[in-house]
Design a protein around this ligand. Sequence first.
Ligand SMILES: Nc1nc2c(c(=O)[nH]1)N[C@H]1C(S)=C(S)[C@@H](COP(=O)(O)OP(=O)(O)OC[C@H]3O[C@@H](n4cnc5c(N)ncnc54)[C@H](O)[C@@H]3O)O[C@H]1N2
Ligand code: MOO
Length: 392
Amino acid sequence: MIPVEEALARVLALAMPLPAEDVPLAEAAGRVMLGSAIAARAQPPFAASAMDGYAMAATDARPGARLRVVGTAQAGARFAAAVAPGVAVRIFTGAPMPQGTDHVVIQEDVEVSGDTITLRAVGNTNVRPMGADFAAGARLDGPRRLRPADLALLAAMNVPHVRAARRPEVAFIATGDELVMPGATPGPDQIVASNLFALRAMAEAEGARTRLLPIARDTLDSLDTVLELAEGADVVVTIGGASVGDHDLVAQAVRARGFAPAFWKIAMRPGKPLMAGRLNEALMLGLPGNPVSAIVCGHLFLLPALRALQGLRDVAPRPVAARLGRAVAENGPRAHYMRARLVPGDPLPVATPFDSQDSALLGLLAEAGALLIRPPHAPALAEGAEVACLPL
Ligand SMILES: Nc1nc2c(c(=O)[nH]1)N[C@H]1C(S)=C(S)[C@@H](COP(=O)(O)OP(=O)(O)OC[C@H]3O[C@@H](n4cnc5c(N)ncnc54)[C@H](O)[C@@H]3O)O[C@H]1N2
Ligand code: MOO
């Protein structure tokens, strides 16, 4: 059994970034931009009015001043002539500041009479300097998962498409004679396949495309048939059949198809029977079948691998500090990822592990806000001790 950190390093060694492609901005939400985007021009590209009002020289902007209005500047159409002291230009938000002006008095503070205005009050300059948002040549550096605000920034930079790693495709294979899909009528000894729905949602939220393949039965033939359907996927995830029972045939089935193992079994709880390696062109993760074990392994290994395949760095899960909501006993030789309730606290949130840590209990996982990390052989800790957690 290898430690969790070593297992993650071996998985990531198999997760080389996928080839890059050009992605139009309209389709780039959530994609990982590689390289750097460079602003083709400054924003705003000229000093611009921030308000609707009257532009003038700052020396004219004093209460009581009377100014003749000599023209109009609006967004998209500047006032082309230079403006002398003593006169003003009607101006609207976003319009370029006319030459000779550097102050805008908002229209609420102005009294209009024919083509003359009288300033009742004078506030801020209400001018956005050229480049106030960003200068020409400004960069947005990758690798970076693009959020909605990034898309708006790239658009303003006049960057119409980005380079992004191809989205990884993940094939999920649930295995076991006992499984039926949700909505089917299970036989008396059957249960409903569950964990793959969490795993699929997690993978898609991480930018992957997914294939849910038919459930493989506990025979080498059935496993082989379904593995065939996984051909072409970047990542193959099997669920169940990873342990030591007579019907745990996944290792045998993948070996027959050329599997090169990176490890099998890790010092972790839940998730001990995890298997990983290369299945021809694909990264393969053999997750344990217990619902919580599979999902915890998904957080710890599948999601970092998907990030790495998309070219992200620092892909490991990021623990946060919390205080223990109750005492915990000494830990054994395997790192324990305890399902815990997480509530806000000052200065640290409070993590309270559930009494039962049975890896079959999806109800508790659904209630859990975090996985409380107990390293191998960690000593007993009292309530209030500082611990590390992975928020879920
Ligand atoms: N003698 C030993 N027995 C077991 C060991 C061991 O070291 N020695 N390890 C235990 C641990 S830890 C785990 S975890 C499980 C993992 O076993 P498998 O990966 O072989 O999983 P299965 O036996 O196929 O299933 C376990 C459990 O989970 C249910 N299951 C399976 N797939 C799904 C699914 N897609 N959705 C919902 N539930 C699923 C299955 O019905 C079983 O109840 O082995 C222990 N045994
Ligand atoms: O490791 Mo198993 O995943 O403890 O339930």
